[in-house]
Write a new protein. Sequence first.
Length: 95
Amino acid sequence: MTTPGEKIYILREQQGLSREEFAQKIGTTRQTVGRWESEAVSPSPFLKNQMIQTFNLPKNYFLNQEVEKNTVSPVSHTQNSKRLLANFLNNMANV
């Protein structure tokens, strides 16, 4: 059986996101994402819905016991490259 925390971890890893990046996309903190992944707390129904909408997940993603392969498609290399370049440029602007 896959727990909600495991599903969140799998989703985040498949998307190639850090906890910080994942948290920003759904409107929470990296600490909260870490607590979900460690099963210390569960996400609220509102934030589960945010994840479902943000990552185009099936509405029953958190109800299914197992995460099916290919339920979540990883971001494309182009999207990753654009994100990495934007982060790099942002960091350079702050130097």
